[in-house]
Design a protein around this ligand. Structure first.
Ligand code: FE2
Ligand code: FE2
Length: 354
């Protein structure tokens, strides 16, 4: 969002949980805000329905001052030049905001259904709706392990173990960052598998048994893990470069593997999920030992997993780990179906579990 560095911005909002505004920000002569995405999330958390993009200029000033009055990690502008710019741009900004609102709520004359939370506050997320949210079963067994039964299983198992070595070396004990980076990879297999099963269904005039949907659901669920984790940890330039490179290699490698043998591909993902569970267990231990601050849960996580308003990071990691355990079971199950010589459509997919 390009507004991030406009001098009319009324607030400095630093990352969740940081009570101290860094000196580099404190000394700015014009007031800026750190991340409009964070502002959106905080707005949503407080039941304020409109995203930041529609709340610029004078309207934003009035609305946000009231909304954020009690938030300690927000510093209000006292810089007179910033406030003057705000007044000057007030009219133009209001007109622009109205236009944006119009675009947002009207698609070729079709006004979308308005959604609300259970408490009646407006639903702030356009990427997922209230009926797509869920409460994961955190009682799921996180210690379950599929013992490799043949050489293909062993190959999948040891490939995952071998991949863990450089990952451990790179991230060491930075489990938050590690988890976020791994989610960029974890969201790929579901999409590749779903896409290839979709094409197969079209090619062969056959049903899918729900597996296309189940795998695409998994991909979306993994992407939501990423959307959540990027609220609590930010990648730097070389981590972003690593993500781009890894995606290029991993997408193509997994695509080829799935074309050749869906059985091994699903087994591989099953073991990958077992590693993800291990990483999140370590992350939880780090939070419990105080190595990572147990900051308030991001607003997106509270809505997506139907968490209580006062949920913390620990609660978020618990539900993500439960999701990973479910993915583990789904993928080992998919591999077992193929191992028994059956097609996916012969065994109904575990849908709506995430
Ligand atoms: Fe994940
Ligand atoms: Fe997963």
């Amino acid at each position: 969002m390009r507004r991030s560095w406009r001098p009319v911005a009324q607030i400095v909002l630093w990352q969740f949980g940081r009570r101290e505004v860094p000196p580099a920000v404190r000394n700015l002569s014009t007031i800026t805000f750190a991340s409009s995405r964070v502002v959106d999330a905080e707005l949503a958390n407080r039941g304020f329905g409109l995203p930041w993009t529609t709340l610029t200029g004078g309207r934003a000033s009035a609305a946000l001052r009231g909304t954020f009055a009690d938030v300690p990690h927000i510093r209000w502008a006292s810089n007179s030049s910033a406030l003057r710019s705000e007044d000057d741009g007030k009219e133009a900004e209001s007109a622009k905001a109205e236009k944006q609102e119009l675009v947002r709520s009207n698609y070729w004359g079709v006004v979308p259904k308005t959604a609300t939370r259970e408490d009646g506050s407006p639903w702030p997320w356009s990427s997922f709706r209230p009926w797509e949210t869920y409460s994961p079963d955190i009682s799921i067994d996180v210690k379950k392990h599929h013992v490799p039964e043949n050489w293909e299983d062993k190959l999948a198992f040891w490939t995952v173990k071998a991949l863990r070595y450089p990952t451990d070396l790179f991230f060491r004990k930075r489990y938050g960052c590690r988890a976020m980076m791994l989610e960029t990879v974890a969201a790929v297999p579901g999409m590749v598998g779903g896409m290839l099963l979709h094409l197969r269904s079209l090619r062969r005039f056959e049903h899918s048994g729900g597996w296309i949907k189940a795998l695409l659901e998994e991909a979306e669920n993994e992407r939501m893990h990423l959307m959540t984790l990027m609220e609590v940890t930010k990648p730097n330039w070389y981590e972003r470069a690593l993500v781009v490179t890894t995606q290029g290699v991993f997408f193509n490698a997994y695509f080829l593997l799935y074309l050749l043998t869906p059985r091994v591909a699903h087994r591989f993902v099953g073991y990958l999920e077992e590693e993800a569970i291990y990483s999140y267990t370590k992350y939880l231990e780090g939070i419990d030992k105080g190595h990572f601050e147990n900051i308030p849960a991001p607003a997106i996580a509270i809505d997506y997993w139907r968490l209580p308003k006062d949920a913390r990071l620990r609660d978020v990691v618990m539900v993500i780990r439960a999701d990973e355990a479910h993915h583990r079971d789904v993928n080992h199950y998919a591999s077992d179906i193929r191992k028994e010589g059956k097609q996916f459509y012969e065994a109904p997919a575990p849908l709506d579990h995430h």
